[in-house]
Design a protein around this ligand. Structure first.
Ligand code: SAH
Length: 234
């Protein structure tokens, strides 16, 4: 009788657990259809990455239920996880190839880095707040990502030891493009960065061709301002 009860409870637990996962899978697919495909994201590899990466693992427990809505949800240290459409738009603009090495500034929750990690060989990501870097690293470990490298530091300086990068993505907004990031971009590489004063910002796409940088403004956006810790101005 006891064995029978244990088996029944075990079965209930499995059904409960997989139905929970399934409901998140459904939410993710709905998010891809309604918030990404309907709004012009059409790179199938990018869409597949959004179907796979469990966004609910990157938000605070209280926000898991709304993890698949198009909102920038709060994370710790007064920062936010970017909304899925913005993450998808920026990712698509990078036109990543499988063998690419990517630098991200502003790890935050780690969600953007996880999306990038589905699409290319290695992702290097820098975060100013140690606590955020630590919790993102834990999530990457739990989800078994082994191609994301985290560093606590000032994104204005980039990551010279790991440069050059085929793509650079900045997910906080500086008032101008930091010079070290331009230097650390590989020949032929693309950088996407929200540049502005306060919350008035433009997403800017930069491309390095024959050693020269060309800039194009592509979209008005609203990111958390990049923290200029040492008041460094380039
Ligand atoms: N990519 C993140 C978005 C986080 S919001 C995600 O997917 O969740 C932007 C992040 O940039 C914040 O975590 C903030 O702490 C970080 N940040 C701000 N200024 C920075 C700087 N100078 N260097 C590195 N990170 C910075």
């Amino acid at each position: 009788m006891m064995r029978f009860l244990v088996i029944i409870f075990g079965l209930i637990a499995v059904v409960e657990c997989s139905s929970q996962n399934d409901s998140f899978i459904n939410e993710r697919w709905k998010m891809v259809e309604l918030q990404l495909k309907n709004r012009g994201i059409n790179n199938e590899l990018v869409l597949d990455a959004f179907r796979l990466v469990p966004r609910h693992d990157f938000v605070l427990p209280n926000y898991q239920k709304v993890a698949y809505t198009d909102n920038p949800l709060p994370i710790n240290e007064g920062q936010t996880i970017s909304q899925p459409y913005v993450v998808a738009y920026m990712t698509q603009e990078l036109e990543l190839q499988q063998h690419d090495r990517v630098l991200e500034i502003g790890t935050g929750s780690g969600y953007q880095a996880a999306i990038l990690a589905q699409l290319c060989d290695s992702v290097f990501t820098i975060e100013l707040y140690e606590a955020l870097s630590k919790s993102a690293t834990e999530v990457f470990g739990k989800l078994e990502y082994n191609n994301i490298y985290c560093k606590v530091g000032d994104g204005y300086l980039g990551w010279l030891q790991k440069a050059p990068f085929d793509a650079i993505i900045v997910t906080c907004s500086p008032s101008h493009v930091p010079e070290p990031l331009k230097e650390q971009l590989a020949e032929g590489g693309r950088m996407i960065i929200p540049v502005g004063e306060g919350y008035v910002q433009q997403l800017v796409l930069l491309q390095k061709k024959k050693g020269k940088i060309r800039e194009k403004k592509i979209l008005p956006v609203r990111f958390v301002p990049m923290i200029d810790e040492n008041r460094i101005k380039y």
